[in-house]
Design a protein around this ligand. Sequence first.
Ligand code: SF4
Length: 369
Amino acid sequence: MFSEELAKYDWDETTRRILSKRPADVEAALGRERPTLDDFMALVSPAAAAYLEPMARLSRRYTQERFGKTISMYVPMYITNSCSNSCVYCGFNRHNKFERVILTPQQIEDECRAIRRLAPFENLLLVTGENPRDAGVDYIEKALQVCRPYFNNLTIEVMPLASEEYYRLTQSGLNGVVCFQETYNRANYNIYHPAGMKSRFEWRVNGFDRMGQAGVHKIGMGVLIGLEEWRTDVTMMALHLQYLRKHYWKTRYSVNFPRMRPSEGHFQPNVVMSDRELAQLTFAFRIFDRDVDISVSTRECASFRNNIATLGATSMSAGSKTDPGGYYTYPQSLEQFSVSDERTPAQVEADIRKAGYEVVWKDWDKIFD
Ligand code: SF4
């Protein structure tokens, strides 16, 4: 399990190693055909900030060689905001008083229809809070069955499950699973996740092994930028990705690095990442792993997304609503976070095409399941 691998890396020592990187280390990393984890540390280090241009060129080249000039589109559908956890940075935190919604199968179907009217999305990301009692595996399975006729590719972002449960869902049309570790800092993890199932660090971090064991076709990973030293967190995520590729080599992988945005919880980020640093991180990941899908959500603003679409990103959401029922005019409930890019899917598509890139709505067919 990955937790055993992670235990070999000391957080503070890793931070020191990253901060001690010099220009010569960055140049060596840029020249390496197969960059190592140590090279990755150089690429995310402060020393690499002066190399943004060559990093961008390399990232663009590797991305075009592997993915062509394409951006794959997906749309999130929040089906419940009910949650038994108390993540201090999240508006769905169980201590926040507001009316919780668990969409019924009929309401989920209404959302499917509303999304299909919005744009020709085929990649759907079903998102829930974590409430195993009232919206557990049976509920998620039912939601997948409802959505299946409307979309060719179904991904879930829900509580970590047991391996058998992931397997069971693959039999109901599940293609991918996204899970955010949020932070790999074991010592501080419970400051942000003090109670509920999410407070169990090992259960969460080893969830990716369980997805791999269940044969999930695509696994999405992410850390939340704003909690801990981001350079160390993303290095641990790169280590995790390397580990998963070795053990579950049939699976495809994606990464995402959302920057924390304002929420009902009024949590102030401990760490602020600039646009230049987010670009540096995107380039570093692309140079480190040429096959990984790099996803950029509507948390980021339109101009940043337009630029990064030609420099390393490979998938994007558009027109996102982060409140359950949000596509079908249900009374707006609380959003998990506010989106920054409020363009319609058609506007996002037009901007991507203007940059000379193809928009891919469908890259998977149900028939492959
Ligand atoms: S981040 Fe997820 S698990 Fe945590 S409170 Fe929000 S919805 Fe619940």
